[in-house]
Design a protein around this ligand. Structure first.
Ligand code: ADP
Ligand code: MG
Length: 507
């Protein structure tokens, strides 16, 4: 570890709640002095918990945290040169801007050394003098661009201005590290974009380390020096915005960072992959017949005259985006997202081509069954490929239940959610799917296309007619080519929404 350059390191940090729930899983990360680092991942992936451990509000169950080379794992929050801007910043409504910012300084006790009457050196505490407080508040106000506003009532400020006061309050103590937990989530879209730029400027002016938490990839891409993509408490990828965007290590990261087309592909020859009904040249070589994830960025999809590309499709929607158009093209049952500057009409037939360097081929994650392009149908089932499976939708909202109309209701605030047509990632373990000779027994049928004996059990791949794979670990013997039914127990099917929960509010 380079102690001069590294300010914070997390070494094997885990957090287990309630004895068994792993919220943060063996987190290893080094953060450089002055860096703007963003923890990015969907709701519930452990971002806040990680931040709270750095701040000292939560102790790791395992692992260590270092600051400037010193072990701070067990240091209480107030002894860490770290400050936090919370998602729900609570300003004092009865105090003006100045007093909100000065509050921490006024109650702060500054240690100093003095001699007692026996001549021994002792540590005493004193308050900060008014002039120093004035200077520090003025400096913080200048950084958040609120000079002249110090006498204003909090209640008369806009959301963006209140957020700036919250930031000023956190930086007035001159922390070495500022932690920001989704600080812009309460602001509207336009305000959020303005504040992104301003936060970046504040970071430059202050020259301190920012650790920023968000589930918004756009925010992460536009502000960060380094992005840490998280999933289920673990780090998926660490890198610059460019490297994460251009070279995602998995379909999960690609899907999370920016818009992507992700397809199930099958290798059909040397550097040849089949998906969405076409055979494409690529630059990666994988074994023949291997199932792979294919990732294509919308801006890499090239449209041409019908018959001139690899597949043809019909434009089903067009949205003007300022610099270009965003198209959805239907190719059979698949959708292809495309960004293009040329004007085309909805209903027009086009060909699709992608140069081979822009087709990213990735190994499938074979530790779980993951279906990236599942959705919820009108009956509340999850559709994988073309097969609908019953699923427990209440898992999407903690402690919720389903009402008579099929809405998921949060009992705490009576909020209703409508998940019909919601795009989801569906998941289960390899032990969960149940296969049977009785073709009426499951919610899908398929053919066993691969069998492997793994010492004490078999691993099968069951492929449906629409080329969805179910990987199944079981002690029972089947043969390649057998037709079987597949079912997944309701309790085993896990869902992750592709959009934020707020997008499904039904009231
Ligand atoms: N104090 C706690 N007790 C039990 N579970 C918790 C506690 N805090 C967080 N969790 C759980 O840990 C997981 C990660 O939470 P969190 O770090 O808040 O995620 P994020 O900030 O990425 O949305 C969630 O499943 C959450 O419910
Ligand atoms: Mg959080």
């Amino acid at each position: 570890m380079d102690a001069n350059n590294t300010i914070i390191s997390l070494v094997g940090v885990s957090k287990v709640f309630d004895g068994s729930f792993v919220a943060v899983d063996n987190f290893n990360l080094e953060i450089k002095k002055g860096e703007f680092v963003t923890l990015l991942g969907p709701s519930g992936c452990g971002k806040t918990t990680t931040l709270r451990m750095i701040a000292g509000f939560e102790l790791p169950s395992k692992g260590k945290i270092f600051l400037g080379g010193q072990d701070i794992t067990n240091l209480p929050p107030y002894q860490r040169p770290v400050n936090t801007v919370f998602q729900h910043y609570a300003l004092f409504p009865n105090l003006d801007v100045y007093d909100n910012i000065a509050f921490g300084l006024k109650i702060k006790k500054i240690p100093y050394e003095a001699k007692d009457r026996h001549g021994n050196t002792v540590t005493k505490y004193k308050r900060m003098d008014a002039k120093s407080i004035d200077e520090k508040v003025a400096k913080a106000l200048a950084i958040v661009d609120l000079e002249e506003m110090e006498d204003r009532d909090i209640s008369n400020l806009s959301g963006g201005q209140q957020q700036r006061v919250a930031i000023a309050r956190a930086i007035v103590n001159e922390p070495q590290v500022l932690l920001l937990d989704e600080p812009l989530s309460a602001l509207d879209h336009k305000m959020r974009q303005d504040m992104q730029l301003e936060l970046k400027e504040m970071h430059n002016k202050l020259g301190i380390t920012f650790i920023y938490v968000t589930h918004d990839q756009e925010e992460a891409l536009s502000m960060s020096d380094t992005i840490v993509v998280m999933k289920d408490g673990a780090i998926q990828q660490v890198g610059t915005p460019e490297s994460i965007y251009n070279e995602p290590v998995s379909a999960y990261v690609a899907d999370f960072i920016g818009e992507s087309n992700i397809y199930n592909g099958t290798m059909v020859g040397p550097k040849q992959v089949r998906f969405i009904g076409g055979i494409w040249n690529c630059i990666d070589d994988f074994p023949l017949n291997e199932k792979v994830d294919v990732v294509i960025r919308p801006e890499d999809v090239e449209l041409g005259t019908p018959g001139k590309g690899v597949v043809d499709g019909i434009i089903s929607s067009r949205i003007f985006k300022g610099e270009d158009y965003s198209y959805v093209i239907n190719v059979g049952k698949n959708e292809v997202l495309c960004r293009d500057t040329h004007l085309k009409e909805v209903g027009e037939k086009v060909s699709i081509h992608v140069v081979k360097e822009n087709l990213q081929i990735m190994h499938k994650d074979l530790t779980n069954n993951v279906w990236d392009d599942a959705y919820i149908d009108k009956n509340g089932n999850v559709v994988i490929g073309e097969d609908a499976f019953p699923v427990d939708l209440t898992q999407l909202v903690k402690g919720s239940s389903v009402d008579d109309d099929g809405y998921v209701v949060d009992p705490k605030n009576k909020k209703k959610f409508d998940f019909r047509d919601a795009k989801v990632v569906a998941k289960c373990t390899l032990e969960d799917p149940v296969i049977s000779d009785n073709l009426d027994q499951g919610h899908a049928t398929g053919t066993i296309v691969s069998t492997v004996w793994l010492g004490d059990h078999y691993q099968y791949i069951v492929r449906t007619d629409d080329e969805e794979d179910f990987i199944v670990n079981t002690p029972y013997a089947w043969n390649e080519g057998d037709m079987v039914s597949v079912d997944i127990p309701v309790a085993a099917l896990k869902l992750r929404l592709k959009k934020d929960l707020d997008a499904y509010g039904a009231d």
